[in-house]
Ligand binder design. Structure first.
Ligand code: FES
Length: 103
């Protein structure tokens, strides 16, 4: 995200929401998706593949690939690129191993 101080649009975004990601508070801006909050916080991956434990974050960004799934407020497999972040959301990163999917 372009910092508001150099944004030619002149937006005045303030940190007005905080979500919890694996127990740590992460600030965001109202209207951002969970993926947007995570990316703005410097995270480019937040889950690992089941088979080979490769890092995944946003791939398509439009709700098609499911690479960005997280658990939100206890609900599994939420696409972070499609879910608007709400103040107080509790996000848990997913790293599930499929049965019999060893390396
Ligand atoms: S990045 Fe593809 S579904 Fe979210």
């Amino acid at each position: 995200m372009v910092p508001s101080s150099v944004d030619v649009v002149g937006r005045a975004d303030e940190v007005d929401i905080v979500i919890e990601v694996d127990g740590e508070p992460v600030p965001g801006v109202r209207g951002q998706t969970l993926a947007g909050v995570l990316l703005a916080a410097g995270r480019d991956s937040w889950r690992t593949t089941s088979r080979s434990r490769r890092p995944r974050g946003v791939f398509c960004g439009i709700g098609v690939c499911f690479d960005c799934v997280v658990t939100v407020n206890g609900e599994r497999d939420v696409r972070a690129c499609q879910r608007r972040a709400c103040h107080g959301d509790t996000v848990t990163l997913q790293a599930d191993e499929l049965p019999g999917a060893g390396s």
